[in-house]
Design a protein around this ligand. Structure first.
Ligand code: CA
Length: 224
């Protein structure tokens, strides 16, 4: 299950990210409304957690644009104290639910779970790119008929690359989504893990799936 979080308060955003990741969701975070609209329009998410007050473009405008574009992704609006009118406007504009800040972690998780259940329950629990497959529930990875022995971190890295397959992932995006860092630790940890993962999924197999895009990052894809 893939969730987009659009929230400009860094602390709240990382709190939400950790909570949802702890429940097994794959989480992408952006801090600006216009970035959120762009991603939500072009990528497939199982749910979107959308703050109302945002730089770039406010949450209600993002919501209206998405619904105008016939995007039906379930949306949970986050409203600050005193934003009752916005909350009502949001529900009228097609938000599926709302949560007032400050909220309890358990409440947020329950709401997001409820939203994602409204979609296809199992749709993203198994992933496939070419003959590489991932079973999220069983934590199993396989290339062709070969079972891959991955560490937890390697599995999460592979899951992230498979969910974003065909798209170039920069080191910073990988650090944020796989390591939950919101800063660059100044190490080559990503490159090290990519090398290890590549050995496991691509050595002895054709076609090669994990590609380096010089100066940009990495991409998992079945076309050279
Ligand atoms: Ca805000």
């Amino acid at each position: 299950m893939r969730v987009l979080v659009v929230e400009d308060e860094k602390k709240t955003a990382s709190f939400i990210r950790r909570a949802l990741q702890g429940e097994g969701f794959t989480v992408e975070v952006v801090n600006r409304g216009d970035d959120g609209l762009m991603l939500a329009s072009t990528e497939a998410y199982d749910a979107i957690v959308l703050d109302i007050m945002l730089p770039g473009r406010d949450g209600l405008s993002v919501l209206r644009q998405l619904r105008e574009r016939k995007k039906k992704t379930p949306i949970l609006l986050l409203s600050a104290r005193g934003e009752l009118n916005e909350r009502v406007d949001g529900l009228n504009a097609g938000a599926d639910d709302y949560l007032a800040k400050p909220f309890a972690l358990a409440e947020l998780i329950a709401r997001v779970r409820a939203l994602t259940r409204r979609g296809d329950e199992n749709k993203s629990m198994s992933l496939r790119v070419a003959d590489l497959s991932l079973d999220i529930l069983k934590r199993e990875a396989q290339r062709g008929v070969t079972r891959l022995d991955l560490t937890t971190r390697e599995f999460r890295l592979l899951e992230y690359l498979m969910r974003t397959h065909g798209r170039i992932c920069g080191r910073m995006a990988i650090l944020e989504n796989v390591w939950e860092y919101d800063f660059d630790p100044g190490t080559n940890i990503v490159d090290v893990y990519i090398r290890r993962l590549r050995e496991k999924i691509d050595d002895n197999h054709e076609p090669k799936l994990l590609h380096t895009v010089r100066g940009a990052g990495y991409v998992l894809k079945d076309q050279p």
